[in-house]
Each structure stands twice: as structure tokens, then as C-alpha cells.
Design a protein around this ligand. Sequence first.
Ligand code: NDP
Ligand code: MG
Length: 380
Amino acid sequence: MSKTISILGSTGSIGRQTLDVVDDMNLTVAAITANSSVELMEQQVRRYRPRLAVMTNEAAARDLAVRVADTGTTVLGGFDALEEAATAPEADTVVTAVVGMVGLKPTLAAIEAKKRIALANKETLVCAGELVIDAADRCGAEIVPVDSEHSAIFQCVQGCADRGEIKRLILTCSGGPFYGMSRDEVAGKTRADALRHPNWTMGPKITVDSATLMNKGLEVIEAMRLYRLPLEQVDVVVHRQSIIHSLVEYHDCSMLAQLGTPDMRLPIRYAMTYPNRGVSLAEPLDLLKCPPLTFAEPDREVFSCLRLAEEAATEGGTACAILNGANEEAVGLFLADKIGFHDIARLVAEARARIPVVQNPTLDDILAADAAARRSVLGD
Ligand code: NDP
Ligand code: MG
């Protein structure tokens, strides 16, 4: 069980819920990181007294250093310092809760340092899943997924010694705020519309990804990498109630599912206590008060990001890094009110069409593909 943890992205939605779990389980915090949220970082430093606090934004790091000069916490600035937080010697577990591909190098560093990885940062697995999983196998580092669907699957494969027994993984998908709408109805949707998710409160990037269904596409790739399965064995089903968090179908036709109220503190806590379970902060699920559980096929024409992700997953190599890099920049433009909803998929498709895919990529190939995709979207 985890006792001392580092949190990459402690000021975000997952980071803050991880600190709820820290309070509940009385864990020690070795290191925390953020980009620019100085005030919240100051509060977290004062409350959790980590040895190290990192701000990737250098000006924010200088500001924080002055604010917490009386605390004994060391403040570092810049991207390389994320790796210091990821490898803090006293931490047994690293929660990767930064948003985006910036999580890749610190995750690899934490794996090399043999930490348990409580993995929320899905972009890392999407861009460089094979490298990350191979490194974890080589180093003997455990990866315990935090993403609710992948935690559900992880729980449903406990006791399955032979992965060949798995017929397919079924990821559930809320459908997002625009479920059931036509392409034309969705076309005029704004940032504010997209940020109104029906079931989960999350950071802005993943909330937009949930509206385009790119989030589900990224999760399909995440599941393929975690369980080393081809696309044919990873399905998506729309389940509006977000009560079944995902399922595993075995060849004997048994289906195992994990159910619960939608509360990320449950999978975060499980990543700390695995292979044991504790008492979670989540509300218990009352089956008698549950709405009827429904299932439907996702609409890959209106929400073409899901299809684009599945195509990239099939192509492999750097295709997923191109998809992800283009999506990160396109979502940034959408959140800045600079492009429309369908432009996100258009820009991702353009980047995929323009940039050649490299098979069996090195880390440098992946970083180059990511950079090329960002340039394609930003037009520079
Ligand atoms: P948030 O936007 O709420 O938080 C992101 C965190 O990362 C913040 O601490 C932020 O710091 C930091 N950050 C942002 N940009 C950078 C950067 N360029 N360099 C370093 N740090 C940065 O995101 P979420 O918590 O919602 O999501 C985090 C990850 O977890 C994502 O990969 C997401 O897909 C995944 N996830 C999230 C779920 C959720 O329920 N929220 C569910 C499943 C997966 P600052 O505050 O200073 O900006
Ligand atoms: Mg998820």
C-alpha cells in the first residue's frame, strides 16, 4: 500500500481529489507540481508540507519560492523539474495527473525509478504506450490505471492469469453533452456548451474531449496499450448513466463489470491500496434508486474524433502521437473561442493526412511527430 506519494498536477481536478484521498488515508506527500496556479500551490505547500514543489512556469516558480520561503519546501521551476518530482526517493507512488503529453518524460522517469504509477495522464499512453509499457515491464514498475474505465477493467481482470481468456474489453461512454444531436445541431456548440458535462466534473481539456468523443478514442488507445490488445478487442458502448464504468467479456461468454457512483476518488484510492480495498469516500451505489441502465452504439459520423482515434490506433507507430498533439492544440484553440466544434476533428484529420507515420518509433520520433502535429494545427 502507498504511504508516501508525489502528485504531478496537484492543482487540477484529479490532483485535488488525490489530496482528498491523502487526507482520508493519512498519506505523506513528497512532491507536488503545477503549471501556474500559484495561490493554490501555496495553500497545498502549507497544508501538506512536501519536500519539493515544482512549477513548470518559471515566473510562477519564482513567485511561489518567495511566498513559501518560511516553510522548508524547496521550489523548483521548469519542465525538467517535473522529473525531480517524479523520482523523489522517499515516494513509493507517483500520481500522474498533469494534462497532456508533457506527462511523458516524467512518467518514464518515475518508471525507471521503479515507482508505482497511479496513471491518470492518458495522453502519455496514447503517444508512447508501447515505450511506457515496455519500460514498466523491464523495470518492474507497476502501472495502476486511475481513469475510471481502465480502473474498472483492471479490477475485472484481477484473478485472470491468462490474458488469452479475454475476448474483448468494453469501454462505457457517457456520450457527453451533445449525445443524440445531429452534425448540424452540434456545429454551433461553444466552449460553454461543451464544458457542461452531464456526469463528471473534470478539467477543461478532458471535458471538451468528452464532448467530441476524442476522450473515448484516447481511452480505446489507452486500453489497447495497457492490455496489449488489438483494436478488434476493444469496443465502445454509450451508457448515459455512467454507473457501469466498463466491462470485460471472456471467451466463456461471462461478462464482468465494475459499477459505482461516478466519483474519481474511488479509482484514485484503489490505485493506492491495490491489491487491497479500503473504505472509499465515494457515495455507495443504491441499486434500487438507480435509473434504468441503457446501452447504445456511439455515433462515429457526428463525433468523428472517435473514428479518427480508432484509425490512428490501427495504423500504430507515431499515428497516435500525431492525433494527440493535433488534438491538444485544436482543443486549446476551441477553449480560446478561436475555432468551432467540428474544426477540432477537421484539424486533427488534416494533421494526420499531412504528417508521415514512423513505425516502431523511438522517443525522439514520438516527440518529433507531436511537434509536427502541433505546427500543423497552429499553422507555423
Ligand atoms: P486539470 O486541467 O484539472 O489539471 C491539470 C493539472 O496539470 C494542473 O495541476 C495543471 O496546473 C497541470 N498542468 C497543466 N498544464 C501543464 C503543463 N503544460 N505543464 C505542467 N503541468 C501542467 O486536468 P484533470 O485533472 O482533469 O486531468 C488530468 C489528467 O487526468 C488528464 O490527462 C486527463 O485526461 C486525466 N483524467 C482526468 C479525469 C478527471 O475526472 N478529471 C478522469 C480520467 C482521466 P495548473 O493548475 O497550474 O494549470
Ligand atoms: Mg475516463
